[in-house]
Design a protein around this ligand. Structure first.
Ligand code: PLP
Length: 395
């Protein structure tokens, strides 16, 4: 960090890292959108319904008095249900007592895993475009994120670029599949190539599979932990925020070799103690009772929403990158007025009342200035209104 910044933070009584922490562009757009009563396609909060079994399960748990701390690794029933789920969906057999940690979302899981497995000064590869929390979480622990670019239009993984980014300090790679913001779904071949590199250089793979059930058009979700030889070095993270539309509940999970789970659980306990107790019960009901049809319908519904937004963006002349997964579209802002993506996002909001996020939020400085990200996990009526507005606009 620059000496001037260090001096400034000291003068302000802040830590050396604090000045880097600014209001996220996503939140800023949400505030700007609320101010004009617009349709918010900026923030990735799904405003679709919470499954009834999940909501009722949590309400029942509160009424039944299940409101106190749980074990630091989560209630046994949820850990068992998660183990059964990963076996059913990924073919991964895990021990619910030794290999599963219930976390405060992927966010809490990643923070605890990084605390347990990385040291200040270590380097971790992160693919760009990236999800801001991955980069910021690493920086907050004085770990250096090293960006490896994925190139549009297909965001193909360049294994030579991965090799070139590795130094003696590299300890891990973050793999977000399907990804936010590009909707990239890593193929088995790409993950096999990455696995070979991880094995050669003894790297951890930190996964973020929060969008695992949002997969479209024949793409397939492959969990890096299922690639032969990768189980031990993969810290698998996923959760229920998106699948059950409960982003505010803070329930996720981490699966790893027992060698790592103890230390990761220790750090998770220090920050969170446990994931919210009655909400763990509600989510356990969902994982136990919702069958494959629920997840298939979730993907179908979102694929239809994807078609709506992609069509509208095409009509608006904002060439969209059609995602294979997750629920965001990166679209071209080339023809919008403004020197930066942030200005272009504000111009679009002013013209149409539709809020999107500046693409620059997902790239290193100077990149992503001609892109906007639109979230399509919205109720059909709201999404239809946003699409109507976009179609009436010509970039
Ligand atoms: N990971 C990605 C890629 C996300 O886009 C988000 C939310 O937008 C999260 C993690 C947050 O997950 P959680 O709510 O489980 O912390």
């Amino acid at each position: 960090m620059a000496q001037a910044d260090v001096a400034l933070s000291r003068a302000l009584g802040l830590s050396e890292l604090a000045p880097r922490v600014v209001q996220s562009e996503i939140r800023a757009m949400t505030v700007a959108c609320d101010a004009v009563g617009g349709v918010n396609l900026a923030q990735g909060v799904c405003d679709t319904e919470v499954p009834a079994v999940v909501a009722e399960g949590a309400q029942r748990a509160i009424r039944d008095g299940l409101n106190i701390y749980t074990r630091l690794d989560g209630i046994p029933r949820l850990r068992k249900a998660i183990a059964a789920k990963v076996e059913r969906t990924l073919g991964l057999v895990v021990d619910p007592d030794r290999e599963v940690l219930v976390t405060n979302g992927v966010t809490g899981g990643l923070h605890a895993a990084a605390m347990a497995l990385l040291n200040p000064g270590d380097e971790v590869l992160v693919f760009e475009p990236f999800y801001g929390y991955h980069v910021s979480t690493l920086k907050s622990l004085r770990v250096t994120p090293v960006l490896v670019g994925l190139e549009a239009p297909d965001w193909r993984l360049d294994l030579d670029a991965v090799r070139a980014a590795i130094t003696p300090k590299t300890r891990a790679v973050v793999v977000n599949t399907p990804s936010n913001p590009a909707g990239k779904v890593f193929t088995r071949a790409e993950l096999e190539g990455l696995a070979a590199i991880a094995q050669e250089h003894e790297l951890f793979i930190f996964t973020d599979e929060i969008y695992e059930h949002f997969i479209y058009g024949g793409a397939q979700h492959v969990s890096p932990a299922t690639i032969p030889g990768m189980r031990e070095r993969t810290i698998l993270m996923s959760g229920f925020s998106k699948t059950y539309s409960v982003t505010g509940w803070r329930i996720g999970y981490l699966i790893a070799d027992p060698k790592w789970v103890g230390a990761i659980g220790y750090f998770h306990d220090l920050t969170y103690v446990c994931a919210p107790a009655p909400l763990q019960q509600g989510v356990a009901d969902g994982v136990e009772m919702l069958g494959p049809e629920f997840y298939a319908e979730l993907a179908r519904d979102h694929e239809a929403k994807r078609t709506m937004i992609v069509d509208a963006l095409r009509v608006a002349g904002m060439k969209p990158h059609v995602p294979d997964g997750a629920y965001y579209v990166l679209a071209s802002a080339e023809n919008l007025p403004g020197a930066t993506a942030a200005e272009k996002a504000r111009a679009l909001l002013a013209e149409t009342g539709v809020a999107a996020v500046a693409g620059s939020a997902f790239f290193r400085p100077g990149k992503g200035e001609d892109l906007l990200r639109f979230c399509f996990a919205k109720k059909d009526a709201d999404l239809a209104e946003a699409c109507r507005r976009l179609k009436g606009f010509k970039a």
